[in-house]
Design a protein around this ligand. Structure first.
Ligand SMILES: [Zn+2]
Ligand SMILES: [Zn+2]
Length: 253
């Protein structure tokens, strides 16, 4: 499996892109920066988008992706998530107020985007990959995803504070190559992190004990104003499994 880190951050500056990953060229996980990082041709090759939750830093470029591929794709892009996430996107984003309802454009028979609600915990297929949504602990309904190409699997945490089901899924996963885990705020902002259900280096350190040992833990969703403090704090944990991801890197498993 090839994973392109299109955006590794939980905030946006000219040097830091919002959360988005591209898996094997055809499936995206979150849409914080898809249209900032991918060419028009690459955007037109997207077949499925796994959405962790409805927060703007994870769906900000979805409206522009849909507009860019309008008229360029013969099949609609599938936006895939459990029903509560799909409902939020339908009610609050593609609601004909914030953005047109592209599930009915150019017509409801030939839309440019379709929503596919999936059942948490039940594996489904998307463009040659198998994925499973797993509920995590955030302030709105949010899901991590276990994704496998048959030979390798990887796990994405989504936005989450301390959580349980996700790590059980990690222990059960076959050929797990990497855990992509959020780490948003430094420990000096622990109160903000706790209230908004995010991890800090200290709470991440406790979560590490729940994760399968020996699997690399790749950190993302760092808030750009806190990036330097997070880099120092992660280095101070002296945990060889941990590494902060950067925008634009490609990983192969
Ligand atoms: Zn976020
Ligand atoms: Zn969030």
């Amino acid at each position: 499996m090839q994973i392109r880190v299109l955006g590794a951050h939980g905030g946006s500056t000219p040097g830091h892109r919002l959360t988005s990953f591209l898996l094997d060229g055809g499936v995206c996980l979150d849409a914080g920066a898809l249209t900032c990082a991918l060419t028009l041709d690459e955007q037109a090759r997207i077949r499925g988008l796994l959405v962790t939750h409805s927060h703007m830093d994870h769906v900000a470029t979805l409206p522009f992706l849909v507009e860019n591929v309008f008229g360029r794709v013969s099949h609609p892009i599938e936006v895939i998530a459990p029903g509560d996430v799909v409902d939020a996107l339908s009610a609050h984003l593609f609601n004909d107020a914030l953005w047109p309802d592209f599930t009915r454009l150019p017509s409801h028979l030939l839309p440019v985007v379709t929503f596919r609600p999936v059942e948490p915990g039940v594996p489904f297929r998307v463009n040659g990959l198998t994925a499973t949504a797993i509920p995590v602990s955030h302030v709105v309904p949010t899901y991590g995803y276990l994704v496998s190409d048959g030979a390798s699997s990887v796990l994405f945490s989504g936005d989450t504070g301390p959580t349980e089901a996700l790590w059980r899924a990690a222990h059960d996963a076959k050929n797990l190559k990497a855990l992509f885990v959020e780490c948003s705020f430094p420990d000096t902002m622990a109160e903000v992190a706790d209230v908004s259900r995010h991890l800090t280096p200290a709470t991440l350190g406790k979560e590490l004990a729940k994760m399968p040992p020996g699997v690399p833990v790749l950190l993302y969703h760092m808030k750009p104003p806190s990036l330097a403090a997070l880099e120092d704090a992660i280095a101070a944990l002296r945990e060889p499994r941990l590494r902060l991801l950067t925008d634009g890197e490609t990983l192969s498993y």
